[in-house]
Design a protein around this ligand. Sequence first.
Ligand SMILES: [Zn+2]
Ligand SMILES: [Zn+2]
Length: 392
Amino acid sequence: MTVPFEPASETLQAAHQWFAWFHRHPELALHEFETTRKIIEVLQNYSIDLLPNPLQTGVFARIGGYRPGPKIALRADIDALPINEVTGLPYASEAPGRMHACGHDFHLTNLLATAIELKKIERELEGTVLLIFQPAEEAEHGGEQVVDTGILNGVEAIFGLHVKPELPTGVVGIRSGNFSAAVDRIYVTFHGKGTHAAHPDSGRDVIVASGEFIVSAQSIVSRNIDPFEPSVVSLTRIESGTTWNVLPDTALLEGTVRSFHKKVRDKVKQRLQEIVSGIAAVHGISGELRWVDGAPAVVNDERLTKLVERVAKNQGIKVTDVAPSMGGEDFSCYQQVIPGVIFNIGVGCPYPVHNSKFKADLRALEASVPLFVSLVHSYFEGSASDGQTLLS
Ligand SMILES: [Zn+2]
Ligand SMILES: [Zn+2]
């Protein structure tokens, strides 16, 4: 699409109302029942085809397919966080202890408004657009569950966006390659022998062992990983003992590992295992590492990244590079199956996401909706004429 696309003002006005509703009614991962109901209601009002979804929450829908062409997917996550909102907004959360503090209400509103605009020109679309309203991004592996439904069969590319309060409203932040890190969880348990604190020689001390483990675990990044490969090992919780004069017999430590490349992820896991076993052996106790795989790293497809940059610039949207983040995003689950790109949209706010005062500047929809619509057009037009030109 060479001429910049402008969404109808009624669509943007409606989008503001949907946003206010979603913001008032935040729901946590896998409990997005009212959110799902509302998304379906809006889509049905505009006669958009719903697709079967075997999951309890989330919505799949489809636009186009009247003309031959590729099938692409647009994804928005829909869950909120267990945070008490203190924005003072007129449409602040009505659910105590729950808040759309990561902007997923913006993401899903953006996708609804995009869908409404695409629906108007559905018969002209040279391809099919799949809409994925994904549950449970913040927890509970929603992306993985969606992929497991097989919804991506026949889909050749996927696009997503995430709000970024640090960027001015309506500015696109994008990066090819590493975008956000793999997020894994670790649990370490030491079992020793409890005893009177005055007679440590009668027991097997898990507290001293835990201290050594904490220090040694910090040597993994500094001594075992290539300094040019980003990684983090953070221990975030320690539980052991009940009082001052008893040496406990167990200690539990919990934490997270962040990385981008599989070889780094595997190396950290291997070293943690060796350190737990080694320290346990030194102290004559048993030690166990439980590693829970989270979402892999988001690695943006280079050709799709260039397409977003080009379409955004054609729309008159400012585009800027963003640094990779050690935070996580389960958009990566889709990228394990098909090429995809997720980018940031600025919503200018002094508070970060996951903060109780975070609020998104809705004027960002004036950039994000036309960008999404235009992306679909450009992808289809490029595929119809010469995919290589489009995506080179
Ligand atoms: Zn979040
Ligand atoms: Zn998020």
